[in-house]
Design a protein around this ligand. Structure first.
Ligand code: PLP
Length: 381
């Protein structure tokens, strides 16, 4: 298969001769209507009917006990880790193949990421690598998991559902409860993705979702935390609202809080987008099916398909090339010929602020990072 066949295919797929972007938002519903309602009501800021409605509808859609909006996905992760009791000097187990926000959130607290390898067939945190690392390096004493070498408390685990494909979250959840680790799912990319019929982000203490402009649905910028414990959700609401005790006129705050609220205009956009989420995911899955058919039987281009038992939103389609050299040649050709493609993120273990943290060697992440290319994945008109 020639590179030319692929760029021609993508142009046909999206019915255009113009440059095909990677992932752009789509506004075909009540977005303008709801925004107008916001402006007419003057409730454009952090209090308003759309905020409550967006949270309620997302809780219903995902099956979470409570959903709490916030400014963006990065802060949703930051707050999630704080709510789980992660403190300065703790260790947090996560994957090196992820977007920078996952590790930034750990760093804001002053905690240390520990990088555990991914599975090649999910692109996400490997339960067997996680188990192996814990058995070799950790011990549980008095209910506290500790790194035997560093002496630090190992407090939480943050798997990420890469490109919307669910990780083996049931096995990871089991390992976390066995070792006394809080489970925070980075579900920033996986709204609309289900593992065995259950929405991603609802398996641990907290799941973090992003509504950034390039995600499956957007609020312009925004994030959300999903909770199985409604009380922890209420605490999140409180902390993201300057820890203000609700009162008709008094200003009382009972701890250091954060202004992480999502404005009503953003939530209005979210409500309108959510009405089309299922339709968007179906469209994205049809795009993925077309790619899968096109690349079927190719050895040099293996199209990544959803793990078994999962319904992926196929946020970003991915193809795995034979090596780094062919990946680079492919990136160059496609970007020169009107098809936007991107390599996967540089591994966290290769970045100056994270390279000194512990890792298990992460061979699969390394192998994948050399070979993955993301293909245009937007919802089709
Ligand atoms: C997008 C994303 C985030 C952060 O979301 P923002 O809303 O952009 O802050 C976090 N983690 C992953 C894996 C993401 O893809």
């Amino acid at each position: 298969m020639e590179f030319k066949d692929i760029t021609e295919f993508v142009h046909r797929l999206y019915g255009t001769e113009e440059t095909v972007p990677l992932s752009v938002p789509r506004f075909v519903g009540n977005e303008k209507k709801y925004l107008e309602e916001c402006i007419d009501s003057t409730f454009v800021s952090s209090v308003g009917a759309f905020v409550d409605r967006f949270e309620e509808e997302m809780a219903r859609y995902t099956g979470a006990s409570r959903a709490v909006v916030c400014v963006n996905g990065t802060e949703a992760l930051h707050m999630a880790l704080m709510l789980c009791g992660v403190e300065r000097g703790d260790e947090v187990l996560t994957q090196p193949l992820t977007f920078i926000a996952t590790c930034n959130a750990v760093s804001y607290i002053g905690a240390c990421p520990v990088f555990i390898d991914v599975d090649r067939d999910t692109l996400g945190l490997s339960p067997s690598a996680l188990k192996a690392w814990l058995e070799k390096n950790a011990k549980v004493e008095g209910g506290v998991c500790r790194n035997k070498k560093s002496g630090r408390r190992v407090k939480a685990c943050v798997p990420m559902h890469t490109f919307g494909h669910p990780v083996r979250i049931d096995e990871i959840a089991e390992i976390c409860s066995e070792w006394g680790l809080a489970l925070v799912e980075d579900a920033a990319e996986s709204i609309g993705s289900f593992f065995n019929g259950r929405h991603t982000g609802t398996f641990g203490e907290v799941g973090a979702i992003s509504f950034n402009g390039n995600k499956t649905i957007t609020t312009g910028g925004g994030g959300m935390m999903l909770f199985r414990d409604a009380e922890l959700g209420a605490k999140a609401k409180h902390l993201t609202t300057q820890a203000k005790i609700p009162h008709r006129w008094e200003f009382r705050h009972d701890s250091v809080g954060y202004n992480y609220r999502m404005p009503n205009i953003n939530a209005a956009l979210g409500c309108a987008q959510l009405e089309h989420l299922e339709e968007f995911v179906e469209s994205k899955r049809r795009v993925a099916a077309e790619y899968a058919g096109f690349f079927d039987g190719q050895e040099d281009f293996v199209f990544f398909t959803e793990p078994e038992g999962c319904r992926s939103n196929y946020w970003l389609n991915a193809v795995i090339l034979k090596d780094r050299t062919s990946r680079d040649a492919f990136l160059e050709y496609t970007n020169d010929h009107g098809v936007m493609t991107r390599p996967v993120w540089e591994l966290m273990t290769d970045l100056p602020m994270f390279e000194h943290f512990e890792s298990d060697g992460t061979p699969n992440a390394r192998w994948l990072a050399d070979r993955i290319v993301n293909l245009p994945s937007s919802v089709r008109p």
